[in-house]
Design a protein around this ligand. Structure first.
Ligand SMILES: Nc1ncnc2c1ncn2[C@@H]1O[C@H](COP(=O)(O)OP(=O)(O)OP(=O)(O)O)[C@@H](O)[C@H]1O
Length: 281
């Protein structure tokens, strides 16, 4: 397994001179292996954005070290490392720089001096990967939120990133847009083994990840598979997170006396459980 990103005992405080101000990120360690999808979840102020800013070198840890593809992130290698990371942010309207979809995807390639023929090839293949090729000449403001985010993903893909960071990338989308973007990420993982780090409040999105890092007040409270993390149940609620819809529904049904065997993280599991526990003899 190749390690793409690691945090080792990383701490950051916005007021390092004040011992009484809580650290935004406090002694956090984790790693992301090639091909994994890791979701960082946590309530407001738990340190998620500060962690992303450190991965991109916008902030540097005061303690500990961050490695990207084996290299300790520093002022010297910052630009090289940034070129290997694709980012998609929260607001689909703040990310467009091109007048058309293809101009937008080509923007970073042009800035990086990629030869014209290669640029055309990368724009074409990236837009095909996110199923937005037919919108090549469309103006961005005519697209839906989900389509805009898929173009933003294409822009990131065109740079052949080692890591794609989704920073609350679905939080401003309607359910259909959210679904489109998440399906795109799932497809990309299957097709090209893309490594993904997503920062999210959305527990249903976190369920799709291989592993979840659960942050609380700057500290890593827990890390594990979605099953392990959501088994924490009331602890998640206490720290300001919801449980997935299927789990909440299972709990309510059990309280009403409907027999169910499991906790049921997904709707599919719930439907199967309802069927086997109640109807199949
Ligand atoms: N520029 C800043 N100056 C001072 N303190 C800050 C700054 N940015 C964040 N903080 C503080 O650092 C802590 C972690 O904030 P951070 O934004 O990283 O959390 P978050 O989990 O991303 O929250 P949200 O989901 O609201 O974006 C919070 O206590 C926050 O108030």
């Amino acid at each position: 397994m190749t390690e793409i990103l690691s945090f080792k005992n990383v701490s950051f405080s916005y007021s390092p001179e004040k011992a009484d101000v809580r650290k935004a990120v406090d002694n956090v360690s984790f790693s992301v292996e090639e091909g994994e999808w890791i979701a960082i979840v946590g309530h407001n102020g738990s340190g998620k954005s500060t962690m992303v800013k450190m991965v991109c070198g916008l902030l540097f840890p005061q303690e500990g070290e961050i490695r990207v593809m084996g290299n300790v992130l520093s002022e010297e290698n910052l630009w090289d490392i940034r070129s290997k990371i694709g980012m998609v942010f929260q607001n689909p309207d703040n990310q467009f720089v091109g007048a058309t979809v293809q101009d937008d995807v080509a923007f970073a390639l042009e800035n990086n001096g990629i030869p014209y023929e290669e640029m055309v090839e990368r724009v074409t293949s990236s837009l095909k990967r996110v199923k937005m090729y037919e919108f090549l000449n469309h103006e961005p403001h005519h697209l839906s939120g989900g389509q805009k985010q898929r173009v933003a993903i294409a822009g990131a893909l065109a740079m052949h990133p080692k890591l794609l960071i989704l920073d609350e990338a679905t939080s401003m989308l309607d359910p259909q847009g959210r679904e489109e973007v998440l399906q795109t990420v799932l497809d990309l993982r299957k097709e090209i083994g893309l490594t993904v780090l997503s920062i999210t409040h959305d527990v249903e999105e976190a369920l799709l990840a291989d592993r979840i890092i659960f942050m609380n007040q700057g500290k890593k409270y827990a890390e594990g598979t979605p099953e392990e993390i959501f088994a924490l149940g009331d602890k998640l609620i206490e720290f300001g997170l919801e449980l997935p819809f299927a789990m909440r529904m299972s709990k309510l049904l059990q309280e009403k006396g409907v027999p169910l065997a499991g906790k049921n993280l997904t709707e599919e599991e719930l439907v199967n459980d309802l069927w086997t526990s109640n109807f199949r003899k």
